[in-house]
Design a protein around this ligand. Structure first.
Ligand code: 13P
Ligand code: SF4
Length: 316
């Protein structure tokens, strides 16, 4: 482990490269990103940091849409990822052709897509949002009298509609990780820990979101652990977040929200299989060989930059 980490530090320095990691990646990658002047964050801040950083190479430890976003925002930079096969069920469940046909059926609606989509889907959209600003963007559009076509996460979309009262039609997509959180079991955990605060990522089903004290992006949930006056938290998001939560609040008790898959052999089932494809070995290999570079068709990138640019501007 130490040798691999040393090789990665050395390569990052030699190549004027910065490591941008998501909270769901392995703790070692998060440690390296912090140590070397990179960032560990949610998907909005990852995009912003990669864009604003002066380094010539951005290495994205996360899933493919995050690498594509970095490339679209900074076409002049080299964007590498430890594994190009690291995708996302929301992205996989929203093929660009079918999505374009869905949009064509609703020409009167403003098209808003979640960041967890391909570059081609973003290119067809008017707006891109992440979970940290989805409610604010839709409220803004609703107040302007716009009707919304939302894709692809139906749970996040339903939560946003409930918060804003906007007129929305939905694509039928879900995150395979967050969809596993179970409302009935969470209710039992709340009964066992009546003083605990419940923190939920909005990709979770409505029955889980309804029990939350805080609903938010990964960064917003982390902030809640740091700032809320409570000793115990039950957390409904990918278990990767516990690395930063423990670091930020070492004296607090952090419990994983129950999932359907929990069993004697799987104590932490809420872990994205695609985020898990990022490892020290693949990261070192990518940096040493230059493999796994992200390329986005320039025409698609130019289109997608419009909707992504609105996201970055709005989030300021
Ligand atoms: P965040 O923007 O909250 O980091 O979410 C990204 C993601 O993929 C959650 O599953
Ligand atoms: Fe996609 Fe869910 Fe994995 Fe996030 S946790 S990258 S939404 S599959």
């Amino acid at each position: 482990r130490e040798r691999l980490m040393g090789r990665i530090r050395e390569q990052l320095r030699a190549q004027d490269a910065v490591l941008v990691a998501h909270y769901y990646t392995a703790p070692d990658l998060q440690i390296l990103a912090d140590e070397t002047g990179g960032i560990v964050s949610d998907s909005l801040e990852m995009a912003r940091f990669g864009y604003e950083h002066p380094g010539r190479t951005v290495v994205v430890a996360g899933v493919r849409f995050m690498g594509e976003t970095a490339k679209i925002l900074s076409p002049e930079k080299r964007v590498l990822m430890p594994d190009l096969e690291a995708t996302c069920s929301l992205d996989l469940g929203c093929p660009p052709d079918e999505f374009a046909a869905f949009c064509d059926q609703h020409p009167d609606r403003t098209v808003v897509v979640y960041a967890n989509t391909s570059a081609a889907v973003k290119a067809r959209a008017d707006w891109v949002v992440t979970s940290s600003i989805a409610v604010d963007v839709i409220r803004h559009l609703h107040e302007r009298g716009e009707k919304i076509l939302w894709a692809p996460d139906k749970h996040l979309g339903g939560y946003v509609q409930q918060q804003t009262g906007a007129d929305m039609v939905f694509w039928d997509g879900a995150c395979i990780v967050h969809e596993e959180f179970k409302a009935i079991e969470l209710d039992k955990v709340r009964a066992e820990h009546p003083d605990a605060r419940i923190l939920v990522h909005p990709e979770s089903p409505a029955g889980v979101v309804a029990q939350a004290d805080v609903v938010g992006s990964t960064s917003q949930l982390l902030k809640a652990v740091q700032t809320m006056d409570a000793q115990t938290f039950v957390v409904a998001t990918d278990a990767g977040i516990f690395h930063k939560m423990r670091e930020a609040a070492p004296d607090k008790t952090l419990l994983e929200a129950p999932t359907a898959g929990r069993s004697a052999t799987c104590s932490s089932c809420a872990h994205c299989p695609w985020m898990a494809m990022n490892g020290l070995r693949s990261l070192a290999g990518t940096l040493e060989t230059g493999a796994n570079e992200i390329h986005v068709d320039p025409g698609v990138a130019e289109q997608a930059l419009v909707s992504l640019g609105r996201m970055l501007e709005f989030g300021r």
